[in-house]
Design a protein around this ligand. Sequence first.
Ligand code: ADP
Length: 163
Amino acid sequence: MKVAIYPGSFDPITLGHIDIINRASLIFDEIIVAILVNSSKTPCFTLDEKIELIRLAIGDNKKIKIKSFDGLLADFAKNENVNIIIKGLRAVSDFEYEFQMALANKKINPLIETLFLNSSDKYLYLSSSLVKDIAKYNGDITSFVHKKTKDKIQGKLGRKDFE
Ligand code: ADP
């Protein structure tokens, strides 16, 4: 069975992430969406909230598993017995960091291969930070997140005093 890990902060999951997950699941038998817990940035959403939002967004697709990890991605991959890491690439600005991470992961575990999927053109500009910035001011995030997650994201981030 061909399995790949798709790691990220998913704070929160956007249509850009969902697009990568769906396209990767056409190539692999199973995708492990791996939520990074020890990010240096303090997340807006708790791990449980992130899991709930990802579940709502992907439905009951049996090919997609949701897990979390705290520590090195290379160690998580080893524990899962998976050697393929999927990354989404939006722009040149993503590339430098992602390339560095791919080389570092390969140094730690030479069996790891990082595969890059280009962002679809309609999601090139989309990031979790953009969604948070817009939701904070009660802006409309309909075009950025899955419809089943919209109200929860808006409810958590929207300013109650900003109508
Ligand atoms: P963000 O950069 O939005 O905070 P994450 O850290 O959760 O996202 O990113 C997880 C992975 O998803 C990374 O490989 C990232 O490059 C990719 N990704 C995020 N947004 C998009 C998008 N709009 N299109 C393609 N890939 C994306």
